[in-house]
Design a protein around this ligand. Sequence first.
Ligand code: G3I
Length: 377
Amino acid sequence: MKPETPHPSRSARHLLPQGEKGWSRRTILASSLALPLAACDRFASAEATPLDVPPLKSIAPAPFGTAIKASHIDDPDWVALARANVSQLTPEWEMKMEYILANGLDRPNFDRTDRIAAFAQSNGMGLHGHTLIWYSQGQEAFAGLDNAAFDRAFDGYIATVAGRYRGKVRSWDVVNEPILDDGSAMRDCHWSQRYGQDGYILRAFEKARIADPQAVLFLNEYNQESVPAKGAQFLKLVERLLKAGCPLQGLGLQSHLWIDIPEGVIAAYMREVAQFGLPIHVSELDCTLRTDNRLDLRKQADRIAAQGARVTELTSAFAALPKAQQFAFTIWGLRDTDSWYRQADKDDGKDKPLPFDSFGRPNPMAAAIAAGFKTPA
Ligand code: G3I
């Protein structure tokens, strides 16, 4: 049974420690006890006048990327929008164990990942590898292996996959999401059970370094900026890994934002994580308009305004980084309907988590990104 992918913006929300820098239940209630009239506006979706936003890659201070599925290559509207706005791609799921090892360790699938790599190359776009080792995948393929076989499979997987795309990817998310949602500790998983919580990360980076000496090697995590304890745990992990001589070269802030992160928290975290002096990748930006709060009767327009404020804060903080630390800025999809938030089991039909609407027209979020690039913090 495929483990449920965590819902970054929700899995920690109810866990956020009270009284921390993060938002409190009081903040949410205050913002959600909007006028009763709000309820009847909630479903209003007045057609906004088309926004005039320049192509995002033309105004970004670093490569501007998006997530891609192989099926997007057969969608001419998606291809046109991508060619106009992005200069880098991240495979959304087909470069992960769930696709590559779907038929087992001995029969890896590379057809779709090769196709994505070829598309990137033929369109002059960079490719960011995502992701080699993730707590939430690989259980089935690695089940039942004795230690020696497990080691051969772990090392062999990284050597094979990172080796196959050597010279095609500029970077890798070597390890994804090693920290518990509440930030209290490192996750335990099949990888840590074999090598230890830091050990599997160290091993993965060392094997990736051997397989692709040129790729920039990243550690990638979500909710660092929005769950203070998780951000703190991430910073401590980075410190330990660097002290241990880990070839960690870049830090991925997934930035699956939500609209109720208190003002200033995102920018403050960006400044804090930048202190390591490493390249930073805003690696999976989206910002759902939805909250877990059933009492939240805010109008769509108010949600969009809150989304814009948070997205501009993130973009502006990224634009203020030293040039050498601006690795790339990636959105987790182009159009609202491409978003994982709009996948069948989550779709409310109204969420606007990405910079373009289903017709490829700029959303207010695109204007918020442009505003942030224009005004570095
Ligand atoms: O397209 C196939 C469909 O043909 C098939 O019938 C179906 C059967 O399961 O699977 C479909 O593929 C799904 C794919 O998304 C495309 O929609 C996969 O099952 C599903 O596992 C995959 O989910 C992806 C998820 O990571 C797990 O890999 C999401 O698209 C993707 O947005 C999400 O991205 C993660 C990042 O990697 C890490 N950070 C959090 C982020 C959001 O969860």
